[in-house]
Ligand binder design. Structure first.
Ligand code: ATP
Length: 448
């Protein structure tokens, strides 16, 4: 195989190419597909769930395990309904919505740029839009046997509110003092008016949020710290600066309680869009939950005896949106001299769903190759594939982003070596079977 390209490798331009790869290779596909799908809901298949778990593990490692001053939480999805009154969601968590009187379609009033034409009007292709009305985005459910106002509950619209509910208990049991943070990864639900751009705007999605509680005089310092930390995280996942930027919210855009907010944006094929928000939420949440619950969520400085509500700096990243950014970023099509093409997902090895594949050159070599596979999968998610010609098997692994292929051939029996093929460079060399674990560990841990 020659590595001379006929043209420069192509990045993802059309989302349809990625949507199709994701469905074909079992990364992500519509939920309830056999019933025609359900708008705004997606399922992650065998490779998608690995990718997402790897991403969450990187976040958890960085945000919780490597720090003394952040602890984890896994709260219930349904909270006491008063939570959402205190947080302001029942009153304010809405988007302006307009309806087309002719075709009956519904749109977000602040996103009317690409709504297409109306198919139901005579003499005009323009939609006949109503005045904007506010539409609350919280998904409702009811608890218990009766379905009256008393049983009304909401699926959480963001993962942070239960963090505030649990603030006192977590602080005391974890014996934490201000400044410290509480982190959680979990599902959130929003009844979005127009789910779109694949998983980008879904109705069910995952967030990884961290609320950092600090003294009022330190809020600026921690805001800068977390903004920098979070940018580093995205860079370390392989999203380079050309595709990453920050956008500071204008005064009029800020939530009424927020002092400042910066979005981390990724350049998707459909434009620059937010993947994470860093927010200075002030003492709004703790104050409100204190007021609504009657429990004092303030803290007392042990030295000065000052009693105060800590200020909150929040980092809130969408797991699905970041997965989507990672998928978009990894997608590459290479065209070789002679017209041959390969699609390769250049995932950072830490995120790659499969770290390696063991490929016996012939089915006759299945037994020793399987032995190697069994050993490797004690350490990583490693695939085994003995069907089809070796070139096609390499391509299948390239398309799902497996960083290393290990080919067991007839010489392996004698020299106790296998061929390692690198996904990105396609370079190949032989290494001792006994050294494979150390080699992969070295390569996987020192990459990036
Ligand atoms: P947007 O303005 O795009 O609706 P937002 O500002 O309301 O997003 P936040 O409430 O700050 O978003 O939520 C934090 C993160 O959660 C976002 O940066 C995004 O990654 C993720 N997120 C929010 N809404 C959705 C959604 N409908 N689908 C997927 N991810 C979402």
């Amino acid at each position: 195989m020659t590595t001379d390209f006929a043209t420069a490798p192509r990045r993802l331009e059309n989302m349809d190419d990625l949507v199709s790869l994701c469905a074909r290779r079992g990364f992500i596909f519509p939920s309830s597909e056999i019933y025609g799908g359900i708008n705004g809901f997606w399922d992650y298949g065998p490779l998608g769930v690995e990718l997402k778990q790897n991403l969450k593990a990187c976040w958890w490692q960085r945000m919780v395990r490597e720090r003394d001053d952040v602890v984890g939480l896994d709260s219930s999805i349904i909270c006491h309904p008063r939570t959402w009154e205190a947080s302001g969601h029942t009153e304010h968590f809405s988007d302006p919505m307009v309806d087309c009187r002719a075709c009956k379609k519904r749109f977000r009033a602040d996103q009317l740029d690409d709504i297409g034409s109306c198919s139901a009007r005579e003499g005009s292709s323009e939609h006949d839009l109503t005045e904007p009305r506010n539409f609350n985005l919280m998904l409702r459910t009811s608890i218990g046997a009766s379905e009256d106002a008393a049983s009304l509950a909401y699926l959480r619209a963001e993962t942070c509110q239960p963090i505030f509910n649990d603030f006192k208990r977590v602080r005391e049991t974890a014996r934490q003092k201000i400044p410290f943070g509480i982190a959680q990864i979990g599902k959130a639900f929003r009844n979005e008016i127009n789910p779109r751009n694949f998983t980008f705007r879904s109705r069910e999605f995952e967030q990884a949020e961290m609320e950092f509680f600090c003294h009022p005089r330190e809020r600026e310092k921690w805001f800068s710290h977390w903004l920098e930390e979070r940018l580093c995280f995205h860079r370390e996942l392989g999203l380079d600066d050309e595709y990453l930027r920050t956008r500071r919210h204008e005064e009029g855009e800020l939530a009424h309680y927020a002092k400042q907010a910066v979005d981390v944006e990724y350049r998707f094929p459909f434009g620059w869009q937010e993947i994470e928000g860093i927010h200075d939420r002030g003492d709004w949440d703790l104050r409100r939950h204190s007021e609504y619950s009657g429990k004092d969520l303030g803290v007392t400085d042990p030295e000065t005896k000052e009693h105060f509500f800590p200020m909150v700096v929040e980092t809130s990243v969408g797991v699905d949106r970041t997965c989507l950014a990672v998928l978009c970023h990894a997608y590459t099509v290479e065209t070789f001299e002679g017209g041959d093409e390969r699609t390769v997902m250049r995932f950072h090895p830490a995120l790659a769903p499969l770290k390696a594949a063991v490929l016996p050159l012939s089915k006759k070599l299945a037994q020793p190759a399987r032995k190697l596979h069994l050993e490797l999968r004690r350490h990583w998610n490693v695939f085994y594939d003995e069907s089809g010609n070796i070139g096609r098997r390499y391509r299948r692994q390239d398309e799902v982003g497996t960083p290393f292929c290990l080919t067991y051939d007839f010489d392996s029996e004698d020299d106790r070596k296998v061929t390692v093929r690198h996904r990105d460079s396609m370079s190949q060399h032989r290494i001792a079977i006994d050294a494979v674990v150390d080699y992969l560990r070295e390569q996987l841990e020192n990459s990036g």
